[in-house]
Design a protein around this ligand. Structure first.
Ligand code: S3P
Length: 479
């Protein structure tokens, strides 16, 4: 069945997904602004107990739809994250000529057009809130002879796209953007792309992936050298579809990825593991709320994503990785998390690429720990869905937590007991800020309020229901 406003009389279980898809599709087509604002309150909860599965991995979901669209044949994807970010990528891939259908069983079928087979989209590609979708698709378009116009929501339009535009113009694409490389922007891809060897100026999986995706339709070898290894889902999935990707680690910690251009990608089914970045929210909640004991099933444990869990273990967290296995080419495990007394630690800058999205929720955990937690190397937080360093600082301040920021180092002064809480927090169109401070409100002396929780749908549809099912108290504020 096709997903979109045209789908008629869906069965009840599917309605949420279809509604979210329709919203993404409508925004995509008609440039509607987000109309709803949903203030959320979270209050002190009793122990959190139960067994849950969080939604599919966002990074892997984007890549599954993009690479499935570039493969020849039908790829079946199960466990796809049906959040707004990924649904924007689905809408964009349709506009570029691929066919994407969602079955009643939740399995998506992507009918790819083959590398080089994309068509020019008739309308703007509205990537919503998604930096990943936007940057990866810019890479894809760069080596196709077509022009595409990209835009996004107020958060995405502030984010720097020049970091992708620079290497893509070396390949031969032409990009016209607002000042600072910002969206809306137009990219005219080249029919005669040049293979490049590109050293990333910042550790960014999005930039790496954009260059590699452009390299798929480029003759010869495209290579990316990253200063520190970042999430490698693109490399793994390109191999899964039949591309030849070689990886070399250097003694200084850098890594080179070499892709042979113009492979024939063949459709290959995919299973998307649960997102470790989403699992972080119930996991940290269970650590902080006394008496909690929680199992989170099938969480991705790719080493390039698990920096938060390593840090929490160092802080004294009681987390056990059970039933470790490989699913769909990625390692997964069931996480058993028990309430724990945490102590402050120092988190080295080298760990940041492995936990770049988890600092807001780590800052919340650190607010309850005994002693300071010092987090180094947070410069990239300034250019996420919000300026996350400032958003975390404002949230901590509103909740009575002592902290300091010096350059790119954040120190949270935990007192070994619950902080005051009680703050009103501005989510700033940033899902991870919204969820992190709702978690703080579950265990602080007083609850918290988020000005708008709608943004949570970008990565974690059903977050409030899942948390409340475990015993949390999160509710929409009554008008
Ligand atoms: C992502 C990479 C990270 C991360 C983002 C998802 C990806 O961004 O913050 O949520 O899927 O490649 P950077 O690569 O820009 O650090």
């Amino acid at each position: 069945m096709a997903v979109g406003p045209q789908a008629a009389n869906p069965p009840p279980g599917e309605r949420d997904v279809l509604e979210t898809a329709a919203r993404a599709d409508w925004r995509f087509r008609f440039q509607l602004k987000r109309r709803h604002v949903t203030p959320l309150l979270s209050g002190t909860a009793g122990p959190l107990k139960g067994r849950v599965r969080v939604p599919g991995d966002k990074s892997i979901s984007h890549r599954a739809l993009i690479l499935g669209s570039l493969a020849v044949g039908c790829t079946r994807v199960s466990g796809l994250l049906e959040g707004e970010d990924v649904l924007c990528t689905a809408a964009a891939m349709r506009a570029l000529g691929a066919r994407l259908d969602r079955g009643a069983d939740g399995i998506w079928t992507v009918t790819g057009v083959g590398i080089g087979g994309l068509i020019e989209p008739e309308a703007l590609l509205d990537m919503g809130n998604s930096g990943t979708g936007a940057r990866l698709l810019m890479g894809v378009v760069a080596s196709h002879p077509l022009t595409a116009f990209f835009t996004g929501d107020a958060s995405l339009r502030k984010r720097p796209m020049g970091r992708v535009g620079d290497p893509l113009s070396r390949i031969g694409a032409r990009i016209v953007s607002r000042a600072g490389g910002r969206m809306p922007l137009a990219i005219t891809g080249t029919g005669d792309p040049v293979p490049i060897s590109y050293r990333l100026p910042v550790a960014s999986a999005q930039v790496k992936s954009a260059v590699l995706l452009a390299g798929l339709n480029t003759p010869g070898v495209t290579s990316v050298i990253e200063p520190m290894p970042t999430r490698d889902h693109s490399e793994r999935m390109m191999r899964h579809f039949g591309a030849s990707v070689a990886v070399e680690d250097f003694s200084d910690g850098a890594r080179e990825i070499r892709l042979e251009g113009q492979p024939e990608l063949r459709a290959a089914d995919l299973v998307v593991p649960s997102d470790p970045s989403s699992a972080a929210f119930p996991a940290v909640a269970a650590l902080l709320v006394a008496g909690s004991e929680l199992t989170i099933d099938g969480v991705g444990t790719n080493k390039l994503r698990t920096g938060l869990y390593d840090t929490l273990l160092e802080m004294g967290a009681d987390i056990t990785f059970r039933n470790e296995r490989i699913e769909g080419g990625e390692p997964v495990a069931d996480l058993l998390v028990k309430a724990s007394e945490l102590r402050g630690v120092t988190v080295p800058a080298e760990r940041s690429p492995r936990m770049i999205d988890e600092y807001p929720v780590l800052a919340v955990a650190a607010a309850f720990a005994r002693g300071p937690t010092v987090m180094h190397g947070l410069g990239e937080l300034r250019v996420k869905e919000s300026d996350r360093l400032s958003a975390v600082a404002e949230g901590l301040k509103a909740c009575g937590v002592d902290f300091s920021i010096e350059g790119d180092i954040l120190t949270v002064e935990g007192k070994g007991k619950p902080p005051a809480g009680g703050g009103l927090i501005a989510a700033k169109l940033d899902h991870r800020i919204a969820m992190s401070f709702l978690i703080l409100g579950l265990a602080a002396k007083a609850g918290t309020k988020i000005d708008d929780g709608e943004t949570i749908n970008t990565s974690f549809p059903g977050f409030v229901e899942l948390m409340n099912g475990l015993g949390a108290r999160i509710a929409v504020e009554k008008a």
